[in-house]
Design a protein around this ligand. Sequence first.
Ligand code: ADP
Length: 161
Amino acid sequence: MEFTGVKEKTLVIIKPDAIQRGLLGQVTARFEQKGLKLVATKMAYLKQETLREHYAHIAEKPFYPAVEKFMMSSPAVIQCWEGLDVVNTVRLITGITKAREAEAGSIRGDFAMSVACNVIHASDSIENAQAEVARFFEASEIHEYDKSDYQHVYAEEERTK
Ligand code: ADP
């Protein structure tokens, strides 16, 4: 799977709080209106063992059991977005972890108040994005297609990267 140029991919999880609060459409719209390409999406209950892998970097923190419980409290929507520098772009649109201090205009800045219930997960590096996309999606679930607006979303030299 290609992870370079306009084919760079990142993983987004729209968390249970967002699903419960009816924010799926608005959060997804932020990425669509930015010009990103949705290449995979599904709804699922996240499994404990998957979360342990996904959140290995916080697994020893005292708050981890609560994070796990929250992430399994109802289904989440998992998405893979594609675009030039998409990992960085999606992190900027997401905003910082502590949502009540996240920049206005970011998803967390506009939709959340909590550190834990902060609406969305987004991969934080190209390396992690590759691992996370492979963790949550089979290759057959990721769809390659031409997006007709690309000639207006990108300049020609960006499109051919
Ligand atoms: P981010 O999701 O912004 O990349 P981290 O990887 O540090 O942040 O943390 C993963 C998730 O764990 C956060 O999105 C949040 O849901 C939860 N979390 C992080 N720090 C805390 C904390 N201090 N208290 C409660 N939950 C936390």
